[in-house]
Write a protein that binds this ligand. Structure first.
Ligand code: PMP
Length: 355
């Protein structure tokens, strides 16, 4: 088996993949595939209900919030958020902490004024901007909890006088959060929750219905809430595999247990990066991500040989994003610490050979 450090779609638990494979052939012994039953069948409704219940349990979602499984990826949320929450003539505050935040704010500009209240552009997104004031007249504050490409993470969320909208695509379910601090959370499934094809949205019901523009049904959160994520045919298989992954997470002890594991994985890997003379970290230590560990080689000539060295050891997916270069080891929930140690051993061996 490979050690899958890919940034997304990312590693899924092997047992989840096996159950999903079985359900493609025969779902729960009903003699039909999960792919060929009605989304309104009691069998699929039970899947969706369980997925919603597990999200609520694992994140401690309080009353007054709706949990949705939508389509279109997190990128559709970049537009859907302002479509639903930014009144015409109003303004939204954005923290530009990375490339995805930048894409989100560009979409918001279609709907109203966007105030970029802080940016990390000047450091090429290698730190989290922290010095800012959230304008009290903004419709919402938009944050990105984890910067997947450059490997920074918000370890503390800023206080805000206005509802906080957060893109948690690359660290949802990796650590405890207080959902009550947010107006809306969204996350593409394909890192910590399941396969590509569904996007989790957790929205505080009372922030909806405050803009007066007309919103087409598929882009309207209220329509999606009323339809229970079934206004149209939902992405049944992506929801099913997400549900299985959430079951797996629960059986492992839930978010609290996985957070400890994730912290340990990140700790040992960063320690090696800091200790090993051939490598160096990309981001400022205090903002380093516990999900996407980005690092460089001191000598650029070592880059290709190290990638090959890793491949020979079944370590895959560590090439950095095309806009960041270097390496990126994504250590999502399903990646066992044993894989991190295989990478650490490879770094040590490589350094030994290239002294
Ligand atoms: N936000 C973040 C933080 C991401 O990492 C990604 C994808 N890697 C996206 C948004 C875009 O997600 P999608 O491809 O689901 O539209």
């Amino acid at each position: 088996m490979k050690h899958n450090f890919g940034a997304g779609p990312g590693i899924l638990p092997h047992e989840v993949l096996k159950q999903a494979a079985q359900a493609v052939v025969d779902f729960n012994g009903i003699g039909l595939s999960i792919l060929e039953i009605s989304h309104r069948s009691p069998e699929f409704e039970a899947v969706l209900d369980e997925a919603v219940k597990l999200v609520k349990e694992e994140l401690g979602v309080p009353a007054g919030y709706s949990v949705l499984f939508l389509q279109g990826g997190a990128s559709t949320q970049f537009a859907m958020v302002p479509y639903n929450l930014l009144p015409t003539g109003g303004k939204a505050a954005y923290v530009e902490s990375g490339v995805w935040a930048n894409k989100a704010l560009k979409e918001a500009k279609f709907f109203g004024d966007v105030e970029v209240i802080a940016t990390a552009k000047e450091s090429n997104f290698t730190h989290i901007p922290k010095d800012f004031t959230v304008p009290a007249d903004a419709a919402y504050l938009h944050l990105t909890s984890n910067n997947t490409i450059y490997g920074t993470q918000l370890h503390e969320f800023p206080a805000s006088p206005v509802p906080v909208v957060c893109d948690m695509s690359s660290d949802i379910f990796s650590r405890k959060i207080n959902v009550a601090d947010f107006g809306l959370i969204y996350a593409g499934a394909q890192k910590n929750m399941g396969p590509a094809g569904t996007t989790l949205v957790i929205v505080k019901d009372e922030i909806l219905g405050k803009v007066d523009r007309k919103i087409p049904a598929m882009f309207n959160y209220q329509v999606q809430v009323e339809g229970g994520s079934m206004y149209n045919t939902p992405p049944v298989f992506a929801i099913y595999v997400s549900m299985l992954t959430l079951r797996w997470l629960k059986a492992k002890g839930g978010v609290e247990a996985i957070q400890k594991e994730n912290e340990q994985k990140a700790k040992v890997l960063y320690e090696e990066i800091d200790r090993n003379p051939l490598f160096k970290g990309v981001c400022v230590p205090e903002d380093r991500s516990h999900m996407n560990v980005c690092f460089l080689v001191e000598n650029p000539e070592h880059e290709k040989p190290f990638l090959k060295f890793c491949e020979e050891r079944d370590i895959v997916g560590i090439k950095g994003h095309r806009s960041a270069g270097g390496f990126r080891a994504s250590i999502y929930n399903a990646l066992p610490i044993s894989s991190v140690y295989v990478l650490i051993d490879a770094m040590r061996e490589f350094a030994e050979k290239n002294k």
